[in-house]
Design a binder for this molecule. Structure first.
Ligand SMILES: [Zn+2]
Length: 186
């Protein structure tokens, strides 16, 4: 991975202060991400979703668990740019504003995929005492997942002709996810 997008101690410190999360927590989250990451390295976002689908199918022993990602049928200004519903044990549905530029669409979707990732992790941990979970319980972890995933993917895309989907530097990734978390336009 190129140095610009490499997650190191400095970046972990920045992530921790941006999202007001303990640095140790971000380090733990990154280890969790790395344990999953070999499966998603060099894959497109759509493939990451398929990987998560398989992860959930195994964890939940339900071969029909599905991840759906589609544009809002009717997007009205002021609505969230993207949202997701987790139907525990059955499906995860992501909706997004199709009018967004590709680069932002990918970040918003990565944030929502982050919810699924952490819900899957929590589900695995809490297997024996299943409780109702919702995406709100995984804020701002979902943004932190998005940063990890996009840092890795940006490095990859840098080598290919996907420039319009690419961030110009790592700080921009952090800024975009910070804006997503705060719900401010960017
Ligand atoms: Zn969220």
């Amino acid at each position: 991975m190129g140095i610009e997008y490499e997650i190191n101690d400095t970046k972990i410190t920045k992530i921790a202060s941006t999202f007001n999360v303990d640095k140790k927590t971000v380090e733990t989250l990154y280890q969790d991400y790395l344990n999953f990451s070999p499966r998603i390295r060099h894959q497109y976002l759509a493939h990451i979703m398929r990987s998560l689908e398989n992860y959930f199918r195994n964890k939940l022993k339900n071969n029909r668990f599905i991840v759906i990602c589609e544009p809002y049928k009717h997007y009205t200004v002021g609505q969230k740019e993207a949202s997701a519903d987790y139907y525990q044990g059955n499906k995860f549905v992501i909706y997004y504003n199709n009018a967004l530029p590709d680069i932002k669409k990918r970040d918003y979707i990565a944030h929502e995929v982050g919810h699924l990732f952490w819900l899957a992790r929590l589900d695995a941990v809490n297997k024996n005492k299943r409780k109702q979970m919702y995406e709100g319980s995984t804020e701002p972890l979902s943004s932190i997942f998005g940063i990890f995933a996009m840092s890795e993917k940006n490095d990859f895309y840098d080598n290919y002709d996907h420039l319009k989907e690419n961030h110009t530097n790592w700080q921009q990734i952090l800024d975009f996810f910070d804006a997503i978390q705060k719900g401010t336009p960017f």
